[in-house]
Ligand binder design. Structure first.
Ligand code: ADP
Length: 490
């Protein structure tokens, strides 16, 4: 086949809208795929942040899918990713002009089913509007999970779409898009999809399950995670469904956009530095301490950084459990995050108890995220599970040594430091416990005191490469495989 036509359908895409790593993937992978004989385009909802960033985007026309008998109107606008990749978004202010993407810190928006049903249906209307008929729809997480279902149902005999395939990338299995079963009629799909072989999940509707059942191929964002989700422990109730599809389930490690995350060029940090000349990192640390109002004396002590969604997945409970012990070791602690109210309060209390040692910033702040990557010495990711994780990869590039729990993509990307040989690029611990975290932290701090060995480790970490080039060609293989795959469910 000559040029492959691919539509990336994603609820968030950097720089237009972001809550986590999925946005970074959808904002950078297409840039690499476009050089691989691929006409790749991107589609996302017109969230408030998208409208602000792409305020001058051209209007292409309206779409009006009939949802449950009623037309719902959206406006399609056209912008570009990095001035290169055609990117469309659909505006419907009642559905998408909101402060957050999926919900407030108090909980999910109550109309998420309607919002993301409209989004999926608009994707097909978009194809007609701009006369772009994808060979492959590349869907991301539950928010675009209805696309594979509609390809099997509503569009199974469509003259332009009957041969289209879908690839489902699971960035996080824990978020599934669960809704009351009585909303099923709003989806406009045949009755048989109500049952356990369709979207039914313990009496509810489950968008991700529908996508897993119907996508041609599925992948997760690291190899390890593609195995872990087939176990009861990390399968979030879908392990059986995933095991059924194990022959079509793959793992492709996320790449990194080093144009955004590199201390040589980063516009947000106080000074640039490289693995050959680390002087600038000292200025970055001073700048971070000043920005956060932490005392100068921390310049001679290790500073531990975290940038994270405040969710149970991220290991925040075990950090809170051992924070007194950790701070007693004369380290500084910096956390930037937003998410569940419970963790907001938990970490606010920590900030108030240790004003001279800990700085807690609750919110989403890209510039501060860059400053933390550059200005910290150690980057902590004690996740309960981690589909890929990007911050540990960014940290390597900034010479900020990752201390991670050995799970998912963290385990795939971090090699434990071995004092005997000096090999490795970071530190790992196995058990999900405050005790295991602290035990490993003690060996990290021991190495930190050995300046020569620490500098050597920093330099090695900074030279690691996790570029998109390799992963992008694996996605091309996946697209081709999807097109060869028989339709999974009639
Ligand atoms: P996840 O996708 O589970 O949130 P990842 O490590 O894959 O975790 O990606 C997180 C991305 O979101 C990183 O680019 C990180 O810098 C960014 N990020 C997370 N929380 C914040 C925040 N509060 N402010 C700025 N950036 C954040």
């Amino acid at each position: 086949m000559s040029e492959l036509r691919v539509l990336v359908v994603s609820p968030e895409v950097t720089p237009f809208a972001k809550t986590g790593g999925m946005a970074d993937v959808c904002g950078s992978l297409p840039l690499y795929l476009r050089s691989l004989d691929c006409d790749i385009r991107v589609f996302l909802p017109g969230h408030r942040s998208v409208q602000q960033i792409a305020s001058r985007a051209r209007i292409l026309g309206n779409v009006e899918p009939i949802i449950c008998g009623l037309p719902v109107r959206g406006t399609i606008r056209n912008t570009r990713l990095e001035k290169k990749v055609t990117t469309y978004f659909v505006e419907n202010d009642a559905l998408f002009d909101r402060e957050y993407l999926y919900g407030t810190p108090e909980g999910d928006y109550p109309d998420n089913l309607q919002r993301f049903t409209f989004f999926a249906r608009s994707a097909f209307e978009l194809c007609a509007l701009v006369d772009f008929w994808p060979h492959v729809f590349h869907c991301h997480d539950w928010q675009s999970g209805l696309i594979p279902v509609y390809l099997r149902t509503m569009f199974a005999d469509h003259p332009e779409l009957s041969h289209s395939a879908s690839v489902l990338t699971i960035h996080n299995l824990a978020y599934q898009g669960l809704f009351p079963m009585d909303l099923f009629p709003l989806l406009d799909i045949p009755e048989q999809w109500r049952d356990v072989r369709g979207l039914e999940f313990w009496g509810k509707l489950n968008f991700l399950k529908g996508a897993i059942q119907s996508a041609n191929v599925i992948n997760t964002v690291s190899e390890n995670y593609s195995r872990e989700i087939q176990t009861e422990e990390l399968g979030c109730g879908l392990d059986g469904v995933l095991r059924d599809r194990r022959d079509d389930l793959f793992g492709i490690l996320n790449g990194t956009d080093y144009t955004e995350w590199d201390p040589r060029t980063d516009p947000y940090i106080a000074a640039h530095y490289t693995s050959e000349n680390l002087e600038g990192k000292v200025s970055c640390k001073r700048d971070l301490l000043e920005t956060l109002g932490l005392p100068e004396e921390l310049m001679t002590r290790p500073v531990v950084g975290m940038i994270t969604r405040l969710a149970a997945q991220k290991g925040l409970d075990i950090v809170a459990e051992c924070i007194d012990e950790m701070l007693a070791l004369e380290v500084g602690f910096v956390l930037l995050g937003t998410g569940d109210q419970k963790y907001h309060e938990m970490f606010q209390r920590i900030g108030a108890r240790f004003p001279q040692k800990a700085a807690i910033r609750l919110g989403f702040d890209n510039e501060l995220a860059h400053k933390i990557e550059a200005g910290s010495d150690i980057f902590l990711m004690p996740s309960r599970y981690e589909p890929c994780g990007l911050n540990q990869i960014y940290s390597l590039r900034y010479g900020t040594i990752p201390l991670v729990r050995a799970t998912g993509g963290l385990d795939d990307t971090i090699r434990d430091y071995d004092p005997a040989t000096g090999s490795g690029n970071g530190f790992k611990f196995e058990a999900y416990s405050a005790r295991a975290l602290m035990q490993r932290m003690i060996s990290v701090l021991e190495l930190y005191r050995n300046r020569a060995a620490w500098t050597d480790l920093m330099r090695r970490a900074m030279r690691e490469e996790f570029t998109w080039a390799r992963s992008a060609s694996k996605y091309m293989d996946l697209y081709r495989l999807a097109l060869q795959q028989p339709r999974h469910r009639a």
